[in-house]
Design a protein around this ligand. Structure first.
Ligand SMILES: C[S@@+](CC[C@H](N)C(=O)[O-])C[C@H]1O[C@@H](n2cnc3c(N)ncnc32)[C@H](O)[C@@H]1O
Length: 211
């Protein structure tokens, strides 16, 4: 049953050292469409404070900053953050962009500070989903939009093809958000170039629902 959980790659190797740099380099190319899609769906604007959990080399974070938002790109991998910082030096952006080394489970950010949060191709790697979601609830401002984006995978897929969510894994994550009091929780499917992605989204109503 472990395969069914949304963080089924929790014990996958961490993105450290040379592997982290090589993996990060593969994520620099072809992620622009995902970045635009998520910014469009969240309607990111210059009034937003965006948190990108598991930002990798930072494509989506830069997209949001390019729309004038203040952005925090957060990732536990030092190589990913080095790549993110390096690439960002060569991209003109209008919003403030900051990189922080932390995981979803250890992030320590001001309460109620993010109006938008997303996590792209990352939730399936989180070590402890419940702790990560506890931290997320702390940092989301009332009315904040949250989107978890994953490649759509087929049940029984193995290797690199399994890095994402089956329809059942997406539905299970959606039900976790609903159980935690998120509003307007939905699961939607999108084509991004030649890839299909599934997005679980919801709105955080605020501290009144935070137990
Ligand atoms: C497949 S990469 C995706 C990177 C980026 N979001 C993108 O789409 O280009 C997954 C990222 O999640 C990060 N990650 C792994 N475990 C994490 C955790 N527990 N909390 C936050 N991020 C995590 C990894 O370090 C890695 O950068």
């Amino acid at each position: 049953m472990a395969d069914l959980v949304p963080n089924h790659h929790a014990h996958y190797r961490q993105f450290g050292g040379l592997f982290g740099y090589l993996a990060g380099l593969t994520m620099i190319v072809g992620r622009g469409r995902d970045a635009r899609l998520v910014s469009d769906l969240a309607a990111v604007g210059s009034d937003d404070v965006v948190l990108d959990i598991g930002c990798g080399p930072g494509t989506a974070a830069r997209q949001a900053a390019g729309r004038g938002a203040d952005v925090i790109g957060l990732d536990p991998s030092a190589p990913m953050l080095r790549l993110a910082g390096l690439i960002s030096r060569f991209r003109p952006i209008s919003g403030a962009l900051e990189w922080r080394q932390a995981s979803a489970e250890t992030m320590d950010l001001p309460a109620d500070s993010a109006s938008v949060c997303w996590s792209i191709a990352s939730v399936h790697h989180w070590q402890d989903l419940e702790t990560g979601l506890d931290r997320l609830e702390d940092v989301l401002a009332p009315g904040a939009r949250f989107l978890a984006v994953e490649k759509r995978t087929a049940p029984g897929a193995t290797g690199i093809a399994s890095h994402g969510w089956t329809p059942d894994q997406a539905e299970l994550f959606a039900s976790m958000l609903t159980d935690r009091g998120f509003a307007d929780v939905g699961v939607s499917n999108h084509s991004v170039g030649r890839r299909d992605v599934v997005i679980v989204s919801g709105t955080w109503p605020g501290s009144g629902n935070n137990g």
